[in-house]
Design a protein around this ligand. Structure first.
Ligand SMILES: C[S@@+](CC[C@H](N)C(=O)[O-])C[C@H]1O[C@@H](n2cnc3c(N)ncnc32)[C@H](O)[C@@H]1O
Length: 293
């Protein structure tokens, strides 16, 4: 049974911001032309990330949801953006143009809805386009076919890389299960779309896992992209659990980095992070007077 979306939280906010930051970097300043499509959730918390951080046109942005709550927020806060009350699979099947980024932020199990949505995006992907998928960890057995496939993929991976066997432990160890989720699901997505979709980012937060795959058909030979990709790989957030206790500190660091590195203003940062401007202003004031030194 589908679990209701619990709504916004600091770990969710942070995971979202880190993912968008990574996507913008992987586009190396030249995003593909096409639609950005996402699931609205209860409060359309990605409006700021899409409109203000990616700078996307509302005419090429589609918020979809089977629940109307978040779509009403879009219609009020960003009325030019497109909304669709219904299934994301339907939107993708009827789409009239390419997709630059689709965020399958289901936060549920890898079930047949996920599979059919991913298959439906296949024909719309263009070079450099990105698919993100967020799943909840720990409910895999409820959707046995895809979980079984993920485990077979994991076994195949270990057969080809036997030196990994000791590192992941036995089949029921948490490391083995985690590797099966991330490697297995990424490979299932890759197979459902096409082979030059590459896993470029993954992240764990709370009980969720995020996978980001990019069409690298024209990027593997691009020296700039390669340099960015190689630089990003050791970055601290890849694969990390954003533990609740660390979240506030990481958000604070991110805000400071956005002020200094990306030179964003308080309202821009507040919008991107879906935080009140007052909160961002307080972080900034504390930082300016050296409270974090
Ligand atoms: C986790 S929320 C999205 C959160 C949002 N992306 C954010 O960053 O805050 C997932 C949403 O997907 C909706 N949903 C689930 N399956 C769907 C489907 N097949 N088509 C459209 N919406 C769906 C749910 O109603 C829920 O509101």
């Amino acid at each position: 049974m589908a679990r209701p979306y619990p709504g916004e939280s600091d770990p969710k906010r942070l995971a979202r911001a880190l993912m968008y930051r990574r996507i913008r970097k992987l586009w190396i300043g030249k995003p593909p032309e096409g639609y950005v499509i996402t699931l609205a959730g209860s409060e359309a918390a990605e409006i700021g990330a899409i409109r203000d951080y990616l700078g996307w046109s509302p005419h090429h942005t589609i918020f979809v949801d089977t629940d109307k709550t978040g779509l009403d927020v879009v219609n009020k806060s960003w009325p030019l953006a497109r909304t669709h009350h219904g299934k994301i699979e339907t939107v993708l099947k009827d789409l009239d143009g390419p997709v630059a980024f689709v965020n399958f932020d289901f936060m549920g199990s890898f079930n047949e809805t996920v599979m059919s949505s991913i298959s439906a995006v296949r024909s719309h992907l263009v070079p450099a386009s990105i698919i993100a998928y967020t799943f909840s960890r720990g409910h895999e057995a409820e959707h046995t076919p895809n979980w079984d496939k993920a485990r077979v993929i994991m076994k195949g991976f270990l057969a080809r890389n036997p030196w990994m066997t000791t590192a992941v432990g036995d089949e029921n160890s948490s490391t083995y299960l985690e590797a099966s989720r991330f490697l297995g699901y990424a490979e299932l997505i890759r197979k459902a779309v096409r082979k030059d979709m590459r896993l470029v980012y993954f992240l764990r937060y709370n009980r969720m896992g995020v996978l980001v795959l990019q069409d690298t058909s024209q990027l593997e030979s691009n020296r700039h992209w390669k340099a960015v990709f190689n630089d990003l790989m050791p970055e601290e957030k890849t694969g990390d659990v954003v533990a609740t206790s660390d979240t506030k500190a990481t958000i604070k660091n991110l805000i400071i980095e956005l002020f200094t590195g990306e030179k964003m203003t308080t309202p821009q940062i507040a919008s991107f992070l879906n935080l009140p401007s007052l909160a961002v202003r307080a972080y900034r004031a504390n930082w300016t007077r050296g409270a974090y030194d």
